[in-house]
Design a protein around this ligand. Sequence first.
Ligand code: ADP
Ligand code: GLC
Length: 524
Amino acid sequence: MHIMFVASEVAPYSKTGGLADVCGALPKELAKLGCKTSIVTPLYKCARDYFQHSTDRLNTTFETLSIPIGSEVKRAGVQTAKIKTSGEDVDVYFIEHEDYFGRDGIYNYQGVDYSDNCERFAFFSRAAFELIRSLRLEVDVLHANDWQTGLVPVYLDALYRSTSRVGASGFLEPAPRPRVNFGDSSNLFDRIQSVITIHNLRHQGRFWRDAMELTGLDWSLFTYDKMEFYGQLNLLKAGVVFSDAITTVSPQYAKEIQTEAYGERLQGVLQSRANDLYGILNGIDVDEWDPEKDSYLPANFNSKNFKVGKAKCKESLQREANLPVDPDVPLLGFVSRLDPQKGLDLVADLVPTLVEEQNIQLVALGSGDRTLAERFNLLKRRYPRNVAVFNGFSVELSHRIEAGIDIFLMPSRFEPCGLNQMYSLRYGSLPIVRDVGGLHDTVVNASDENIANGTANGFLFYWSEAEDMKKAVDWALHCYRDRKKDWYNMMRAAMSSDLSWTNSARQYKALYEKLVARRSDERF
Ligand code: ADP
Ligand code: GLC
């Protein structure tokens, strides 16, 4: 079974958030489970930089793909790399187009989205098909991710398979329009099933309706039950309607997105696909995030011997952050995109009270929203002995923060899965999180009952309000200071949680097998 991931970000080549972590880690796990796995991703400037500084090799091929885009046909190069796993290697195909992808940012420059993002990702999505055709790859499942690749299921169904079966209605329909002329390649596409994973429903890839022209798809698809959304073209909606199965990154988020509160106006479409919608919790890369081996840390530790190592990490982080070195002061922190999604304004609201009443320290690492960054910078100026702020993106520092803090803050308004609370668990930094999405599925609240039965590993609050969050923080600080034994037990429980990809990858594999079996029933 050959699973091909189509993804606009893949760690370590390119990353703006958790999407990259997942698209870097899941294919490797599937390879370990015996699936043939490949990845198609753009050759951004940052990916080229990665290869310049790494021992990994980027191999040039002389393959040239012809990609129809609007009324033109544009050329794309293909370069390849391999990711080693304990199973088969994962093949990575980089789509090369300097004008589209050789830029400084992935989606935007200095916070402003590129105006041709629809064109760039329509081109990229279509390139996956031309790659399959050109290299005659026998793919069983094309796995798209988020709006950037929302056109993949549509192209498969509307242009490349020899018969269309519009996903939402679930029945086979005769092809309504002339298809791409494949010569003898049609079998390559008829065998393929499509999956789209929603990593974040807030970002849907909505564009001006005339962008339909760029996609090369027929205007007959621009209807409310397919690609149209309140007068605009909506790429994520299109992907959801046309794919054979939809997954999202936690069971709780799978439920939430079918409600008005979290459905981002797509709840109706998602409800109509409820039978094909699966919530599978992300894992984390337990090799990259391993406090026992992490080379970014000044000291290593594990769930049994953490006291000494963690204290060293804390001391060193306090120094690095220019805060007074004090083992007893509770050190709170976060690493995050600064985005309204993450609810960090609640943290900013609470800092004055927490500093003045509880003498906490806070270390913040984030990039994004400038107003929010400025709020934290002001807090740092007001409380230089308690607040440290790092503006920017730094993988190394993110590891040192996860290891050095006592408590991780993640008050998200919504959170499809969230990786940082899992990194925190693994590093024994107990998370305080809002009870939503993947946070609900990974953090077990420190209620008296859960503390007593040894399952508690963090703190949950329900309402997106500073007052509600404060209750959870006060409770956590009380446990940290006055219930040390319980605190250490919670750290042990957190550090021993199973956060690996193994279980989730098995669920994905079972889903692919089900889709492939369904294909055999229907077509062959
Ligand atoms: P999201 O994808 O919504 O941003 P996740 O928690 O799933 O949230 O994943 C975020 C990923 O990005 C994590 O790997 C996290 O460590 C990383 N990250 C976010 N902001 C920063 C930053 N400023 N510096 C370093 N890493 C960051
Ligand atoms: C998105 C979500 C985050 C999730 C990540 C990976 O960026 O915001 O919750 O963990 O994708 O799936």
